[in-house]
Design a protein around this ligand. Structure first.
Ligand SMILES: [Mg+2]
Length: 305
């Protein structure tokens, strides 16, 4: 997430070095600049690890023209949210129409008028940053600030399919705070919210790899998604998560499991020989295992059968 427009990046695509220089000069004090002198390079940058926030795209270029670059950008989810502004010398109404139909957000005509270029770029950049922010907020749980169930469900589908395709193990851990109702009823909802925030932070801090995710699944339920993790690794993680919450030492006198707030956990793994059906049952399996952990006395983890 970018804090301000100064940290956002514009990709300038033009086969004329003088045009690239002119645009870069106009914008370099306000944005980071990337450049490409043909369509293939532009697509490679847009699909790469440092994606631009906005693209200024020349229409007439040798080889792949700007329309085709735009069409390919808009065709896939990876790049279709990057706003494209066409830059053109020949701006007939039908050219503009064609550009807008392909998904461009605006047009800038040559020769450049600095004030107009800055104003149009500024407008679309701030819209892009607001959209990114809204997108991010929609994926976070309001109380705890960790990812919400919607985000988890999306990632679960994506990582699960990847695991099947690449024949990699894939694990999930369902978690539930023990006797949280007693905690809430006796200490009040403010203390309950506070407890949920502490638990969420402790769980999130226990994860080791960037691909691992902890999400709030429901009221006092959390879930971990662990790509490329076999059952042994998932068991270790479950114990670390359990212990992290116990170590918070948040008193709960209304628990039969311990004097402090604890977690019960259910661990399920999709093995390397897993299939689509097994993937669709993985969360249910983890949930069943969680239920067994509750039955077995809580403050523990159980593997799914
Ligand atoms: Mg050109």
């Amino acid at each position: 997430m970018k804090a301000n427009e100064k940290e956002s990046t514009i990709l300038i695509v033009d086969d004329e070095p003088t045009n690239v220089q002119a645009l870069a000069k106009l914008l370099k004090n306000d944005y980071r600049i990337q450049v490409a002198n043909n369509g293939e390079k532009a697509l490679a940058i847009a699909r790469g690890s440092k994606q631009p926030d906005l693209i200024l795209l020349d229409i007439q270029m040798e080889g792949m023209d700007g329309y085709e670059v735009c069409r390919q950008l808009k065709e896939v989810p990876l790049t279709n949210t990057i706003p494209v502004i066409f830059v053109t010398g020949q701006n007939t109404v039908s050219d503009e129409e064609k550009g807008f139909k392909l998904g461009a957000v605006d047009y800038i005509s040559k020769p450049f008028y600095p004030t107009i270029v800055r104003a149009r770029v500024g407008t679309h950049m701030s819209l892009k940053l607001k959209t990114d922010l809204l997108e991010q907020i929609a994926m976070l749980d309001g109380l705890t600030g960790i990812p919400n169930r919607r985000y988890f469900d999306e990632r679960f589908q994506k990582e699960g399919r990847r695991a099947l395709r690449d024949k990699l193990p894939f694990s999930v851990i369902m978690m539930d705070i023990d006797h949280f109702k007693g905690f809430n009823d006796n200490y009040g909802h403010g203390a309950g919210d506070n407890c949920l925030q502490k638990v969420a932070r402790a769980l999130a801090n226990t994860l080791l790899r960037p691909a691992d995710i902890i999400a709030r699944y429901g009221g006092e339920e959390f879930v971990a998604l662990l790509p490329n993790t076999n059952s042994e690794g998932a068991g270790k993680m479950a114990e670390d998560l359990r212990s992290a919450v116990e170590s918070l030492a948040v008193i709960n006198e209304y628990s039969s499991a311990a004097r402090v707030v604890t977690l019960s956990l259910g661990v399920a793994t999709l093995d390397t020989d897993g299939d689509e059906t097994m993937l669709s049952e993985l969360l249910k399996q983890a949930d069943d295992a969680l239920y067994k952990a509750k039955e077995g006395g809580r403050n523990r983890f159980v593997f799914a059968k």
